[in-house]
Design a protein. Sequence first.
Length: 489
Amino acid sequence: MELESLKFIGIGLNFKDHAEEQNLPIPKEPIIFSKFTSCITGPNDPIIVPKGSTHTDWEVELGFVIGKKGVNISTDQALDHVLGFFLVNDVSERNFQKNKGLNATNNVAIDLAQGKYIMRLDADDFLENSAVGVMVALLEADDSLGLVFPDYYYVDVDGKVTGQERRHHFDDEVTLYDQPAHGACTLVRLEFLKELGGYDESFSCQDGYELWIKFTTFHKITNISRPLFYYRRHGNNLTTNEKRILDTRKAIKSKFVEKYSTILMGIAIIPVRSTMIGEVNWPLLNIVNGVSVVQNKVDVCLKVKYISKVIIVTSEINLFEFYSLEMAGNSKVEVVLRPLELAGKTVTLSETVRFIDQIFESKIKYDFIATVAIEYPFLESSTIEEAVNTLSIYKADSVISVRPEYSTFYSHDGNSLRPILDQDKKTKYEREAIYKGVGGVVVCSVNSFRKNKLMLGNRTSHIQLDQKNSFSVTSEFELNLFKNNLSNA
């Protein structure tokens, strides 16, 4: 019998003692898995222990050869199909069997890869027949090109096309690389990926995002403006786990800045005015243990490792005196009384920032200015840090906190309500994506601000917030939701 015609099937945890030594429950039914036939060696052949092995384990097991084909075989006829029995020494590397995450698996693939290029294709997704050839041709034509990615189709669980994703063309339309390619179905030059150290195994997801930051920083990238793969969306996609994804992106950016980019230091400005929500003056509301809304926001800013000074600014004497007393003794916090003409609702925040910058630019050195709104009580320190890291990584003028908006918006043309940008169509163009400013975080390079006198510069990047960081309190309904959350915490 030729080896190529063999199937090698294993039964996992097939005796009680083995399950107990692995601290695993005894299975209620057989665990069936396949093994590559290339792992078969002869009775006197050496056992090759893989590089990095730390827990090579052996098991003496009973093997048998199926010598006759059959389907739906009864138990009393099963042995008629067995050609014979033999002893098997089943050798395993136990640490390799542990689930170390996607990036560890990716690095194994890098070590085993024989070609010039590598692509990760999710089990849910599939390529157009011409996809690999088209992408390889671009990489072959330009030795400096490190990464190529295409547009793609959306498909449902049955493989039916439900839409298209169309990106800007990177060769002539894109200079700010803060919109990553889809993690899968991106073709990468293997040599460059190895030079960058492969994938960071401390992250268990968002491998495409880590790769994207590395390649856009150190190598040339491009895209193909035609859909070449099919992305299947369903409820079990990792991409539906928003909190895990966004927290991992924060960690990826933080680690990248520490290793490759410039660490920026700056100041945070917290504008405060009396805001009555029902009978509650929101800035003075005690959240927990006597800590006010503003004190909580100050504490959040002070936990940001890149912020050296927090400045509370208000035009109201009573609030100025209250916070001056509350913050007394904290050298990293100052309370500033701004002129009344800067307090009007028609006056832009940039004018208040100019006022503060004129006071502090001769006192301390800072690379950025952050404004942090008090209407977002769940905003985390890590979110502000992500904004600063994003400013550094993408060499942006400004960074704002947003959420993508997938609702359909309408405008009235005099005759009817009509969808803005034809949002009901199947083809989604990147240039037509809509984002909503949430979280109340704006970070601006001090050089850009002093040049343009505006918090939003010409190159404004963004960070995406989860729902909790995005929650604002501007109404009695939202205030009650916030209080209920605190009481249930």
